[in-house]
Unconditional design. Structure first.
Length: 103
């Protein structure tokens, strides 16, 4: 007979993505160039908004993706499908359950 043990899993996910906004301002830096005896100017655009909020508006979070997968599995299972893309849908749905976001 197998014994059951409870375990808490913590994983860190990282995603690099581009976000888009028109809310920006230009930053100009001035550096002295000794070879020319003058100043060199460089400019860059900086966002005027919170990039984390912007990401949340434009993309799903990892937890939201898991919840969507869970819903897709449920609907496919309700339609009588058992496998999709060589993945057992009942197992995937079970894997999607009980994930929580910790701050």
């Amino acid at each position: 007979m197998e014994n059951e043990f409870e375990v808490t899993v913590r994983q860190t996910l990282v995603k690099t993505a581009s976000v888009f906004t028109d809310a920006v301002h230009e930053c100009v830096e001035r550096d002295y160039d000794a070879t020319t005896g003058g100043y060199a100017y460089t400019s860059s655009l900086e966002p005027d908004c919170d990039l984390n909020e912007l990401f949340a508006e434009q993309y799903r979070s990892a937890l939201e993706i898991i919840r969507c997968c869970e819903q897709i599995c449920k609907e496919l299972l309700d339609e009588g499908r058992r496998r999709c893309a060589k993945v057992d849908l009942a197992e995937l749905r079970q894997d999607c359950e009980y994930w929580e976001l910790e701050d």
